[in-house]
Write a protein that binds this ligand. Sequence first.
Ligand code: ZN
Length: 161
Amino acid sequence: MTFYEDLSPYAEESEDTFWEGEGTRMVTFTPRYTRVNVGWLAAGHPFAAGPPPLGFVEQLDRILHGQYVNAALGTHPCELCDADDDTPGAPRGSGEIRVPASPLEVFAAPFLIGHYVQAHSYLPPRPFIDAVLACRDTWRNGPPAPWLPDDAQRLDFEAGD
Ligand SMILES: [Zn+2]
C-alpha cells in the first residue's frame, strides 16, 4: 500500500464513492470537504505507537463496519505483518473510512487502520482520535446529506447482481 504521512492532504482518489441502500447503490461525488490522511502505514516507515484512550478501539471498529468508501475490487495484505498477496490468513483490507474533523474537513483512513491499532499498537494523531470518539453515526446507509453535492452520481444495482 502506498505510504502517506499522517495529517498530509489526501490525494489517493479524486472522487469519493459511498454505498447506500444496504449496499445496492453507489454514490460518487467530488468532495467539497478537504480530506486529511491518517493511518496509511507501510513497511519501512516508522509510526507512533502506544495505548489509545478508553473506548477508541470499539468506536473505530463501529465505523469500520458501518462504512464502505472507495471500496476496491482487490484487497491489500498488511505489510507490517510481513504478508504478501500469497500469505494465507494475512490481515487484509479494502476501502477506506471518512471521519468528520470539522464541517469542511474529514479524515481519510484505510480500512486496515483498525488492524494497525490493535495488532501493531499504531497510535493515530490526537485530532483523529478525538474525531472518532466524537463520531455519532457511521453512515451505514450512505454519506451525510451535508456532504453530498447536487451533482452526486447514483448507480443502482439490483439485489443479486
Ligand atoms: Zn499487520
